[in-house]
Design a protein around this ligand. Structure first.
Ligand SMILES: NC(=O)c1ccc[n+]([C@@H]2O[C@H](COP(=O)([O-])OP(=O)(O)OC[C@H]3O[C@@H](n4cnc5c(N)ncnc54)[C@H](OP(=O)(O)O)[C@@H]3O)[C@@H](O)[C@H]2O)c1
Length: 285
C-alpha cells in the first residue's frame, strides 16, 4: 500500500485519492500521454480545469489508460468568469463533452472572482448561481462531488446561504511557506476537504536553501518533502508534472515529518514566485 492507494472520504461518501496529478500548463496535445503515464504509475486522481484548455486531452488519457473509469477520479473547474446559472449549466455540459466522459468526479468553481478582478468586485449573487448549477448537475448525476477553489471564509459563507449541498472541497494555494491556517480550520469545521494546489509553490520552492536543508535531513527531495507536508496537513496534494520520473518520486512519500519541522515549514517566509507573480493566485491578495 502506497500513498497512491490512500483516499479521504468526502461528506456525501465519495472517496478521493490523497495524491493527484496537476495538469496546469500541460498542453492539450501532451496531456493524454502524461495522464496515461501517471495512471500506469498508480495515480488515480487527475486535476484539470476549463481554463487549462486541456480537458480534451485529459479525457483521452483517461479513456486510453486501460483502468476502469470508476477507479479513476477526474476533477475539473468551472471557468472563473462564469457567474450565471444558465451559462454555468452550458459550461458543465461543455466539460463533459470535451472530456468525453459521462460523469465528472469533482467539479469546482475555479475562483470566487473572474481572474481579471481577483479578490475584487462583488460576485456574491453570481457565485450562488454558479453553485446552484453545480448542485443541480450533481443531483442529475453528472458530477459526483462539487466544490470551490480559492474561496475564503466569507466566500464560503455566501454560497452556504440557501445551499442544499455544503461544498465537498475547497482547493487552495497551500505549500510550505503558505499555509492558510485559519481557513484550513474553518474548512475542517464545515467538513470541507481542502485540496492543496501548487504544493511545490509552482516550482519556486525548489531552490529554497532552508527547505533543501530540511529535505536533506530526511534523505528526500524538496518535492517529496513539500508533498508530504501538504499530506500531513490533511489535504489532498496535487503536484504537477508531465515527467514520469517526477511522478514516480513524487509518490514516494512514505516518511513522517516531525511536529517541529512541520512548524518550521509552516512558518517559512520569503518563497519568491519570481516571474510567476503575474498569476493572480501568487500575489497574496
Ligand atoms: N485552483 C487553482 O486556482 C489552481 C492554481 C494553481 C494550480 N492548481 C492545480 O495544482 C496543480 C499543481 O500546481 P502547479 O502546477 O502550480 O505547481 P506545483 O505542482 O507546485 O509545481 C510544479 C513544478 O514543480 C516541478 N516538479 C514537480 N515534481 C518535481 C520533481 N519530482 N522534481 C523536480 N521538479 C518537480 C515541475 O516541473 P516538471 O514539470 O519539469 O516536473 C513544475 O515546474 C496544477 O497543475 C493545477 O492542477 C490549481
Amino acid at each position: 500500500m502506497t500513498i497512491l492507494d490512500e483516499t479521504y472520504t468526502l461528506t456525501g461518501g465519495v472517496e478521493i485519492p490523497k495524491l493527484g496529478l496537476g495538469t496546469w500548463f500541460i498542453h492539450d496535445d501532451e496531456v493524454a500521454d502524461a495522464v496515461r503515464a501517471a495512471v500506469e504509475i498508480g495515480y488515480r486522481n487527475i486535476d484539470t480545469a476549463q481554463a487549462y484548455g486541456n480537458e480534451r486531452g485529459v479525457g483521452e488519457g483517461v479513456r486510453a489508460s486501460g483502468v476502469p473509469r470508476d477507479e479513476l477520479f477526474v476533477s475539473t473547474k468551472l471557468a472563473a468568469e462564469i457567474k450565471d446559472y444558465d451559462q454555468a449549466l452550458i459550461a458543465i455540459d461543455g466539460s463533459l463533452e470535451k472530456l468525453g466522459l459521462d460523469h465528472i468526479d469533482l467539479m469546482l468553481i475555479h475562483s470566487p472572482q473572474p481572474w481579471d478582478d481577483f479578490r475584487g468586485g462583488d460576485y456574491a449573487q453570481g457565485n450562488r448561481e454558479a453553485w446552484r448549477a453545480l448542485e443541480d448537475s450533481h443531483q442529475a448525476g453528472k458530477i459526483r462531488a462539487i466544490g470551490v477553489s480559492n474561496f475564503r471564509q466569507h466566500d464560503l459563507e455566501n454560497v452556504l446561504q440557501g445551499a442544499s449541498v455544503v461544498p465537498h472541497v475547497n482547493q487552495l494555494l497551500v505549500h510550505a511557506g503558505n499555509t492558510p491556517t485559519d481557513l484550513l480550520a474553518y474548512c475542517r469545521s464545515k467538513r470541507i476537504l481542502v485540496e492543496a494546489y501548487s504544493p511545490i509553490a509552482h516550482g519556486a520552492i525548489l531552490k529554497n536553501a532552508q527547505v533543501r536543508a530540511i529535505a536533506e535531513r530526511y534523505g528526500v527531495s524538496v518535492p517529496q518533502l513539500c508533498i508530504r507536508y501538504t499530506l500531513q496537513l490533511g489535504t489532498v496534494s496535487l503536484p504537477k508534472t508531465a515527467n514520469p520520473e517526477h511522478m514516480r518520486s513524487n509518490a514516494e512519500v512514505d516518511f513522517e515529518i516531525s511536529v517541529d519541522d512541520m512548524d518550521l515549514l509552516r512558518d517559512l517566509r520569503g518563497v519568491d514566485y519570481g516571474e510567476h507573480i503575474v498569476f493572480p493566485v501568487y500575489r497574496g491578495e
